[in-house]
Ligand binder design. Structure first.
Ligand SMILES: Cc1ncc(COP(=O)(O)O)c(C=O)c1O
Length: 393
């Protein structure tokens, strides 16, 4: 057991820059494309010790941010990328070979789905999509060449939960790796490595930075796998830049304060919405009606489950538009995880390309609204939603 809590430890990670004699209270931003060396001896030593040379290879702000993420996720090592997609594509390109097979949750982030169907296809990697609600269905898709099993913790926007313990056991029985995207949940809610995941992805653009002012991504895994991924990242040119890393480092320092509050406010909002006469369904794991309640309670602790929720109102786009206009605080935004509560309409955005019949089978109707809960006062937010829902009277 660590001596201190993760939130305390994470605050003190990444502040010790190798070779720096001063001790600033917070890490400065190293806006430099390279570090200079004097003479062959220093050049040799710097390369031998994996010191700082060229920005694409290594940068102190990326190293520092990676140390904090490793601490929060409970992993050996983390690499920082220019975006969440940069982290995902680079990791897949580094770990997969032509002829390999991947099993992927059928209900994942749209662009990850496109990487699986378009980029991996070009690389000669076959992907089978499976509904992860039943682990037996995943087992049926396993082949001798299955190298990787991929999932998010909750599916967007229905918040269907994946039993990470069961899926990691299945992956390991078959010699495959389990790769989990923790963007929706963040390590403040759950650490997939504790459930057996081998590789964890975070889009740092979302909850971990939390301030909606920087794009970044991270992979957390073993030192050995990170070494493999790092050499491919260098070639693909996907590592993150120092300023974004610095901004995200600043944001992540308050993650353990912000995110639990966002998750608890989401619980309160879910409860209020579930009692509203115009709302036919609310998807949030805190609710007693959540279909996977027992599983959720066995996977999440006191910090909360998730600051995302979705709910269903009548299928009247004009009224939904009036509802969005009537809200005082939340705005429509094609992102999530910021300080302000934002919402989106899956049928006209993330799931626009999915046929209506398929969407309905997934529980996504034209009346569905997805919410990313911010740090507003819970009562103010609940009152704002209740007032705006009156447009359906
Ligand atoms: C679950 C999930 N994973 C990955 C990404 C990609 O992250 P980024 O936009 O930082 O590339 C997103 C973006 O919305 C996401 O929602």
């Amino acid at each position: 057991m660590p001596e201190y809590s993760v939130s305390t430890e994470a605050l003190y990670q990444g502040n010790h820059i190798r070779g720096m004699e001063m001790h600033p209270e917070t890490i400065p931003c190293f806006l430099t494309t390279a570090f200079t060396m004097k003479g062959f001896k220093e050049v040799q030593e710097t390369y031998d010790t994996k010191g700082y040379t060229y920005i694409r290879t290594r940068n102190p702000n990326r190293t520092a941010l990676g140390e904090v993420i490793s601490c929060l996720e409970g992993g050996e090592e983390s690499l920082v990328f220019s975006s969440g997609m940069g982290a995902i594509t680079t990791t897949l390109m580094a770990l997969l070979e032509p002829g390999d097979h991947v099993i992927c949750n059928a209900n994942i982030y749209g662009e990850t789905f496109c990487v699986m169907t378009q980029i991996l296809k070009k690389c000669g990697v076959e992907v089978t999509f499976v509904d992860y609600q039943n682990t037996e269905d995943i087992a049926k898709a396993v082949r001798p060449n299955t190298k990787l099993i991929y999932s998010e913790v909750f599916s967007n926007p229905t918040l269907t939960l994946v039993d990470l313990r069961a899926v990691s056991a299945l992956a390991h029985q078959n010699g495959a790796l389990l790769m989990v995207d923790n963007t929706f949940t963040s390590p403040i809610a759950i650490r997939p490595i504790d459930f057996g995941a081998d590789i964890v992805i975070n889009s740092l653009t979302k909850f971990l930075n939390g301030h909606s002012d920087a794009v970044g991504g991270a992979v957390t895994t073993t030192q050995a796998l990170c070494d493999k991924i790092q050499s491919v990242a260098m070639l693909l040119g996907t590592p993150g830049d120092p300023f974004s890393s610095w901004l995200i480092h600043r944001g992540i320092n308050t993650a353990s304060v912000r995110i639990p509050q966002q998750m608890h406010t989401a619980e309160r909002l879910a409860q209020v919405l579930s009692q509203n006469k115009h709302v036919s369904k609310v998807n949030h794991p805190s609710l007693p009606t959540y279909p996977q309640k027992e599983l959720a309670d066995s996977m999440f602790g006191k910090n909360g489950y998730c600051a995302m929720l979705s709910f269903i109102v009548p299928e009247d786009l004009e009224k939904i538009d009036q509802f969005m206009l009537a809200l005082k605080f939340p705005r429509y935004a094609p992102t999530l995880g910021g300080l302000h509560t934002t919402l989106s309409h899956p049928v006209t955005s993330s799931h626009m390309g999915v046929p209506d019949e398929t969407r309905r089978k997934m529980g996504i109707t034209p009346g569905m609204i997805r919410v990313s809960v911010g740090i507003e006062d819970a009562d103010d937010l609940a009152a704002d939603f209740e007032n705006a829902l009156k447009v359906f009277d």
